[in-house]
Design a protein. Structure first.
Length: 478
């Protein structure tokens, strides 16, 4: 059977679009199918963490993201119509050369996805909307996805990026293990509202004795969405409450829990309710099918970890698929996707659950800059006296002999840093940066992967050719 495409991506959320962009710039043919007739319309994943901003810089969308979003406002506590306190929504982190993006960026998910789609289309990719996958089978040569239209798509590999209720995950028999974090439902809605300033995240704590609206006295939070005229409204309810998503229903909640009048809510642009849970797929790979994003891990929205972890799944998987399909790397490289990403997803699930329960603040850990793969089979540290940075760590920004490293890393290539030692000759198509030993990197040869992590490090080039033969580029992309 002839394959229609190299990679079938099921789902056009942030995960699928990020992967589509990464594959497109590598010359890998990919088809993205999305069951809905358009992009997700709501704000739900509104926070982009610094590590995700670094990825978006690499993918060429950071400037658009920055222009469309803004910083997080301070929290303003209200009681009985009076402002009674103000606090930061996250712990401050000082800027340094290693990390140019230190603060989360607020941008509604719908706008992030539009920017990603525009970038995908710039690179020649597209999304087939209204194409629902109903089943999937695979064999030794590829996968066949059946569509509700009666058509089928044949691909060498498939990626399930179709959300927490993933049809593809179920089709390949992968279970999810998890827990319900909060038994009560949570309402999230994008609204137009008057009577509140746009300089603060407005928080209305529970009132004693309930709220009169069947909400059990739970909290209401109303956050101005940067770059828009909308506010995101979040309301938690007690177990058993039926959430009314209509304009009148949301007006009642706002009036019951705050000093605002019902008519101050002038429009509901999008609304949804859900029960926060944490769940992790038992596997991230089943044969020629990979799970990414919410299809692989479902988070509480607290702390802004779900979308960000999903984008990093795609960034990790994209270069590996490209290496196998275009650069001649060994197919076992694809096994390292689950090896590297599943432990990270488990760690981030624990973190987001802890933030949801108020046990952990929104600090350095939520920014995801400290994540890495030191235990990965791809991480080879051969230096006798490694410096502050080791194989498997995120490669930080720096300036080496007048070259900004993030500028050198940007793109789908590998980068070899020769710091305080001679750069060896190599037939592999690498970008080489030479300079003296650096405080953040130490001394030696460091091979930086396309996703911005150090793959191999050595005092000399001994072992580097073998590493490149197995995992790195051996010829320029087609």
């Amino acid at each position: 059977m002839v394959n229609d495409t190299d990679v079938l991506i099921v789902g056009a959320g942030p995960t699928g679009l990020t992967l589509g962009i990464d594959l497109a710039r590598r010359g890998v043919s990919a088809r993205i199918v999305e069951r809905e007739n358009g992009l997700f319309p709501g704000s739900r994943g509104k926070g982009l963490q610094p590590r995700t901003l670094e990825i978006f810089d690499d993918l060429g969308v950071y400037d658009a993201i920055r222009a469309a979003g803004g910083t997080y406002p301070a929290g303003m506590i209200w009681r009985d119509g009076e402002r009674v306190g103000k606090h930061r929504m996250s712990d401050p982190v000082g800027a340094d050369e290693d990390s140019p993006y230190t603060e989360p960026r607020m941008i509604p998910q719908w706008r992030t996805q539009r920017i990603l789609l525009e970038r995908l289309e710039e690179l020649g990719g597209k999304v087939a909307f209204g194409r629902k996958v109903t089943g999937l089978t695979q064999d030794e040569e590829g996968v066949t996805a059946r569509l509700a239209s009666g058509d089928a798509v044949r691909a060498r590999y498939a990626v399930a990026a179709d959300g927490g209720r993933s049809t593809v995950r179920r089709a390949v028999g992968v279970a999810m293990t998890g827990e319900q974090i909060d038994p009560g439902p949570t309402l999230v809605a994008d609204v137009r509202i008057t009577g509140l300033d746009r300089d603060n995240w407005h928080i209305f704590p529970p009132r004693d004795g309930g709220d009169g609206g069947g909400a059990g006295g739970d909290i209401l939070a109303i956050c101005p969405l940067a770059g828009t005229e909308d506010f995101q409204l979040i309301a938690r309810f007690s177990h058993g409450t039926e959430v009314d998503l209509s304009l009148d229903g949301i007006r009642r909640v706002v009036a019951a829990r705050s000093h605002l009048a019902p008519d101050d809510v002038t429009e509901v642009r999008w609304a949804s309710d859900f029960r926060p849970r944490a769940a992790l797929a038992d596997r991230f790979r089943a044969g020629r099918v990979f799970l990414a994003g919410d299809a692989a891990h479902v988070h509480s929205p607290a702390g802004g970890q779900g979308l960000n972890t999903s984008v990093q799944d795609a960034h990790n998987l994209g270069w590996k698929l490209g290496a196998v399909l275009r650069d001649g790397a060994v197919t076992s490289l694809l096994d390292t996707y689950e090896e590297e990403r599943r432990p990270i997803a488990a760690q981030m699930l624990s973190l987001s659950t802890s933030v949801h329960r108020g046990e952990t603040g929104r600090g350095a850990a939520t920014r995801q800059l400290g994540l890495g793969y030191p235990a990965s089979s791809l991480s080879r540290e051969t230096r006798t006296a490694p410096g502050p940075l080791r194989a498997g760590d995120r490669a930080p920004d720096a300036t080496v002999d007048g070259v900004r490293l993030f500028d050198a890393f940007r793109g789908p290539h590998w980068t070899l840093l020769a710091l305080g030692v001679p750069a060896p000759g190599t037939e592999a198509p690498l970008r080489v940066v030479r300079g003296p030993a650096h405080g953040s990197y130490g001394t030696g040869l460091l091979l930086v992967r396309p996703d911005g992590y150090v793959g191999w490090a050595g005092d000399t080039a001994a072992g580097l050719p073998e590493y490149l033969t197995r995992f790195g580029p051996r010829r320029p992309p087609a």
